[in-house]
Design a protein around this ligand. Structure first.
Ligand code: SAM
Length: 252
């Protein structure tokens, strides 16, 4: 594939994202570890501990891909509460990504107990009634969606009153010393790793470009608030100097 873009046009984004994740699905978990030197695992653990789901939580994990958040969530519920009544719906637009996830859950205690279900769907228009879920998570997914405002609006709709929205996404590094290093790493090293490990420079070039185009933390926090959510404090927490950030809000 030769995407050959500098700027991702809105009209082509959904097709492009479809190609990218169909291409990367089989190498996705390995590449995450390589690109982030394993740090994405720490971010995801922290994300789930911050959500701190109670017994019986009904979660929808949107853009859930290969199921990292879903697995972390169910492990948390089992280990912290001994709870086997929690449930997670893993939703993703890409069937290839979900297939990798399904294989991972097959034969786990969670699969046997029907605590997880997989569904192909678009984050911009969820096929669920209003007030359906206790919690909504989206990890490294929202920047791949064409209309962020639609995603947030539908997140608000499907949550029950009192429900919590939590988003883990790449952010902007504002530290003047670290920022150029981070740029060097993302623009030079990541596409190279994509080339070496997955023989697919273009898909990883897209990933870097999508990070660059995503709004900075304060602007995204405003979008979350504009969708109707009540923010706690300023509305986000920076992780690793802002390389990633957790945005969260309640439907009150
Ligand atoms: N949440 C997983 C994780 O943290 O490892 C996967 C993140 S992966 C970088 C982004 C996922 O977003 C891909 O699986 C992709 O198919 C999905 N995606 C992109 N656009 C989407 C949309 N409009 N609706 C639902 N999922 C989407």
């Amino acid at each position: 594939t030769h995407f050959g873009f500098k700027y991702i046009p809105e009209s082509a984004k959904e097709t492009l994202v479809g190609q990218v994740f169909a291409n990367v699905a089989s190498n996705y978990d390995l590449m995450n570890d390589a690109m982030s030197i394993g740090v994405h695992r720490l971010w995801k653990d922290h994300f789930i501990r911050s959500l701190a789901p109670g017994p019986g939580t009904k979660l929808i994990d949107v853009a859930g891909g290969t199921g990292d958040i879903a697995l972390g969530f169910l492990n948390y519920c089992k280990e912290i509460h001994g709870d086997q009544s929690a449930h997670v719906t893993v939703l993703d637009i890409n069937p290839n990504m979900l297939e990798v996830g399904k294989k991972r859950f097959a034969k786990t205690v969670y699969d046997k107990a029907s605590q997880v279900s997989f569904k192909v769907g678009n984050a911009e228009q969820l096929d669920y009634p209003s007030n359906s879920f206790d919690a909504y998570t989206i990890a490294f997914g929202i920047r791949n969606c064409t209309h962020i405002d639609k995603v947030l609006k539908d997140a608000y709709r499907v949550l029950k009153p009192g429900g919590r929205f939590m988003c883990l996404e790449f952010g902007k590094v504002e530290n003047p010393i670290l920022s150029p290093l981070y740029n060097l790493y993302s623009f030079q090293v990541i596409p190279m790793l994509g080339q070496i490990i997955a023989a697919d420079r273009d898909s990883y070039q897209y990933l870097v470009e999508s990070i660059r185009q995503f709004p900075p933390q304060p602007e995204f926090a405003r979008m979350v608030r504009d969708a109707g959510f009540t923010l706690v404090g300023k509305g986000w927490e920076d992780l690793t100097f802002g390389v990633a950030a957790i945005h969260s809000g309640f439907k009150l």
